[in-house]
Design a protein. Structure first.
Length: 250
């Protein structure tokens, strides 16, 4: 598998200690692509960008980025202006601190990336990886990606480094209020036994995208003129919770 196109090239900075590196996406998607078509003539539905003033369909060369500062008064920006903003994180990830991994709530995590050293930075990269492993720490800094600055966490993974962008504190919603119900001790003990019975190591490769598989099966069936498979809908009814738990233990 090819490495993939770098989405960021620069350096990790710990004071004057620099690690020249590049970042590539760590994940890919494998879903079946369904497009939209006009039901009458099967014309493909486009993603046109019409001007709301004159109605013209625009291409990328005719579009500029901007913001409306007052009604009808738009301030525009060139690509060069946006790319040359005086923000350090557009070229350098300055490490702000090191933290224990358990200080990071999974809710914070956003995109996942691999960090790869440039040829002149291999030794500095290896030294940084070794230090993080020995101290069992995660490096925290900021990175500018896709016209936005993100908090990022850099941690050792295998023989290299992973980078995760993190949501800002004010982007994470509070947990909604959750209704409570009275439970009795023998029911709690039953659910504990079920959890113990089904506790096993996490095998990531054992999971597959059943929805995508079902979409492909639907495509194949329609191409062959066969009957389209239909899943039975499970009805949620009032249940005897104790009997349901005992059934799982048998």
């Amino acid at each position: 598998m090819t490495e993939g196109r770098p989405i960021f090239k620069g350096a990790i900075s710990l004071g004057s200690f620099l690690i020249p590196m590049r970042i590539i996406k760590a994940t890919s998607e494998h879903d079946v692509r369904l497009h939209e078509y006009h039901a009458t003539d099967m014309g493909r539905v486009g993603r046109s960008k019409p001007c709301k003033v004159c109605g013209a369909i625009l291409n990328e060369d005719s579009i500029v980025k901007g913001m409306e500062v007052t009604k009808g008064d738009v301030l525009t920006f060139t690509k060069q202006e946006l790319e040359s903003l005086p923000v350090k994180s557009t070229k350098t990830i300055e490490i702000d601190r090191f933290v224990a991994a358990d200080e990071l709530n999974p809710l914070m995590f956003d995109g996942a990336y691999y960090v790869l050293p440039e040829d002149i930075g291999v030794k500095a990269f290896e030294l940084f990886v070794s230090g993080l492993k020995r101290e069992r720490r995660v490096a925290i800094g900021k990175i500018a990606l896709r016209q936005r600055e993100h908090i990022c966490a850099i941690f050792p993974s295998g023989n290299g480094l992973m980078l995760n962008t993190l949501h800002y504190h004010d982007e994470i919603r509070d947990m909604p209020s959750v209704p409570k119900a009275q439970v009795i001790e023998d029911e709690v003990e039953l659910i504990r036994q079920v959890i113990k019975k089904y506790t096993k190591p996490f095998e990531h490769a054992a999971y597959s995208d059943e929805y995508t598989t079902a979409i492909q099966a639907l495509v194949d069936a329609k191409l062959k003129g066969e009957a389209v498979p239909v899943a039975e809908e499970k009805k949620v009814e009032t249940q005897n919770l104790k009997d349901a738990l005992l059934g799982l233990l048998n």
